[in-house]
Ligand binder design. Sequence first.
Ligand code: IFM
Length: 441
Amino acid sequence: MAEAAFHFPPNFLWGTATAAHQVEGNNTGNDWWQWELEPGRIQRGDRSGLACDWWGGRWREDFDRAAEAGQNAHRLSVEWSRIEPRPGIWDEAALAHYREMLRGLHQRGLRPMVTLHHFTNPLWLVEQGGWESESVIGRFEHFTRKVVEALHDLVDMWCTINEPNGYAYSAYTAGAFPPGRRDIRATFRVMHNMLLAHGASYHAIHDIQPAAEVGIAQHIRGMQPATPSPLDGAASRWQSRVFNESFVLPLRDGRLRFPLGRGRERALAGTLDFLGLNYYTRDRVRFDLRLPGQPFGRHFFAPGAEVSPAGFIANEPEGLFAALRWAHRLGLPIYITENGVEDAADQLRPRYLLQHLHQLWHAVNFAWPVRGYYHWTLVDNFEWERGWTQRFGLWALDPETQARTPRPSAHLYAEICKENGLSSALTARYAPELMARLFPG
Ligand code: IFM
């Protein structure tokens, strides 16, 4: 057949995403480091330890890898407990370290996007009540100002909070993240405080850097009714509203939605310059009266779905398209701030990557304003309560020796970034089984 290709617009951002605690190593001042010391918290008793040793300097070689692989962007986070080790006490050396890393990105042609909060909290903040206490709002604003004053000449894209819904759910409903609570009301209180903290942070960034682009990275869990039954439809819509939408919509119009509150918070209106979507998978939802705590819906992957090795992710690329259809109606630029799959053997990843990017290309061709894609992740890193059992990297990492080895998907993604698109030749080489689907005829 003739060669064909799906191209992306000029200046499209192609990158990878990382988070401080997952890659830096020795983040001893935060709640995760403590949590990892508690028996039974992390699978197999794994620890983040040195992680990818970025604090020790290995960010250099990993940024080289990203740049040589044709990437032009990178999303990373800064660690609050390093920058503010005690309330109001700033570690200028930590800020200088981040400046060096950010300069390192620019020198390699990688545009940075910086996340201010990605799951971890300084221990002193936890002692003050963490995200359950309203005092966090002012604390986070203060932290934002310090970071933005120090780094604004090197960063023009900021994500205030990563996956507020995922964080609140994992830490306060599922009990899998510190502080290990199982309290749905606390979950909504935390999300409410995160909304207000985002608003304060947004305005602080714009005070200092009016031209900055500021957004959040929202975890979108695709949801579809398990059957055509109206009850399954209602359970699925309801859960999607609560989990996927209730945090984002108030940041457009300032109107709080159940369960995060009622009425208006004017300071929240218009506090997104872009929307970041972290999309991994999609669930089927079935109405179940026995699950009032989980708004009456049972979740499972579609029967017969292609599932990742640990059963964590089903390959559901159409769910990404559905997320984009919802998101583009908000009228904001969109970035896919995370997307990827745990797959140490790289059996599924090439297919997963090509199929998701194919859906993204469809969205771009509807003129939906998608500006970039950040694959999760560059090099295997510490996967929270799942420790090192799940491997999301384009490069495999041996955390003992710190050796990195490219998986086939590292080469595939490099070709996509360099080509600014997907070609039939590339698909034939990395996932021939997709040829008939992606390039029919
Ligand atoms: O590793 C995480 C990341 O920190 C947040 N989003 C999901 C990723 C994969 O589990």
